[in-house]
Design a binder for this molecule. Structure first.
Ligand code: SAM
Ligand code: SF4
Length: 352
């Protein structure tokens, strides 16, 4: 029985919308507007990256809790046509594991104004999916790759699939999912020596590399600031082999600080989520695979849109709840604050 059927308020966290201006957009108290929607399509994955999941996996969301394709399509429609979302990124877990992904992309591409559509994936099955997804309307992909060494990949992901990721990357490029971006998390004593080889690899193949500082979002709650390889360390390592100049135009609202490599035009990005947070320019809103809206990776409250949908709410009621969620967004993620409290959901269940 849903909260609505029980006569309970469907909005957990019960955002107070006092003072909110009358705009339909996803504004918050600090003047930010969320236009970039991250959609987690599943919490399941076919890798077991050590920093993201235990070897045995996690307690997956039960199927009835997941949004159906029709529910997902409806929320995407609300986001784009009522709330001003302009960018949709599919993620997970591993988004390529979601049955019906191509149809979800087709439905998203049919929305007006048509949003830009991207996906963050581990790339394992991209070799056979890239062309179909491009035809469905996918514009771009980010493929996660933390090492170029097959043995290390096996240790880090607990699967022997590095060649599949390489093939997936090549297929994405061939399918025109450009620019093909590569996401890398460097970890001390694990792969911190690969900054330069990974950039060489990406330059050689025409992929755009972005390093992401590791954040406290692991299910084990074992994140340790001292294990995190900082943006400064990454840049210092890269500068042993390349010249890096700030990309003209600055960071803007983008999380990645971009650097021209050896004078350009190639660029490398560094996302310093922990040491140089970009919260003040954040334009994101997040939807989990079980239909909860989050205004931040680190938020401790969610708004239950699935309960609203299943309780018979109108599109405008759903939109209003989503707006309330954004209005309640905190100024920052608080990782660097003394009382920081890691969210209960790990990265794979929120959508990275
Ligand atoms: N399975 C897909 C993939 O790996 O690309 C999509 C989901 S995954 C959670 C999205 C991204 O989050 C990956 O690039 C992964 O490396 C990154 N990630 C996972 N845990 C992280 C953490 N604690 N801090 C920073 N990035 C993390
Ligand atoms: Fe799966 Fe992505 Fe997490 Fe690796 S980082 S276990 S590929 S969800």
């Amino acid at each position: 029985m849903t909260a609505v059927e029980l006569g309970l308020p469907a909005v957990r966290g019960n955002p107070d919308t006092a003072g909110r201006p009358g705009t339909p957009l996803l504004v918050d108290r600090f003047g930010r507007i969320a236009t970039d929607l991250r959609v987690s399509l599943t919490d399941r994955c076919n890798l077991r990256c050590t920093y993201c999941m235990p070897a045995e996996g996690l307690d997956w969301l039960p199927k009835p809790d997941l949004l159906t394709d029709a529910e997902l399509a409806r929320l995407l429609d609300v986001a784009v046509t009522r709330l001003g979302v302009t960018d949709v990124r599919f993620t997970g877990g591993e988004p390529l594991l979601r049955p019906g992904l191509d149809e979800v992309v087709v439905a998203t591409a049919a929305l007006r104004p048509r949003p830009r559509i991207s996906m963050t994936t581990n790339g394992l099955t991209l070799a056979r999916r890239a062309e179909g997804l491009a035809a469905a309307g996918l514009d771009r992909v980010n493929v996660s790759l933390d090492t170029l060494d097959p043995a290390r990949f096996r240790t880090l992901t607990r699967r022997d699939r590095l060649d599949d990721v390489f093939a997936g990357l090549a297929a994405a490029r061939a399918a025109g999912l450009a620019p093909v971006k590569v996401n890398t998390v460097l970890m001390r004593g694990v792969n911190e020596d690969e900054a330069v080889p990974l950039l060489r690899f990406c330059l050689e193949h025409g992929y755009q590399l972005r390093f992401i500082e590791q954040m406290p979002l692991d299910p084990q709650h074992g994140w340790d600031r001292d294990d995190m390889v900082t943006a400064e360390e990454i840049l210092a390592a890269l500068r042993t082999a390349f010249t890096l100049d700030p990309e003209p135009g600055g960071r803007g609202g983008a999380p990645a600080e971009k650097w021209l490599v050896d004078g350009g035009p190639a660029v490398v990005g560094v996302i310093a989520s922990v040491t140089r947070p970009f919260c003040a320019a954040c334009d994101r809103t997040r939807l989990t695979a079980d239909g909860q809206v989050r205004n931040c990776l680190f938020s401790r409250t969610e708004t239950d849109l699935r309960a609203l949908l299943r309780g018979g709410a109108s599109d405008e009621e759903v939109a209003a709840a989503w707006r309330g969620n954004s209005w309640a967004k905190a100024a920052g993620h608080g990782i660097n604050d003394a009382g920081f409290d890691q969210p209960d959901r790990p990265m794979s269940a929120i959508g990275g």
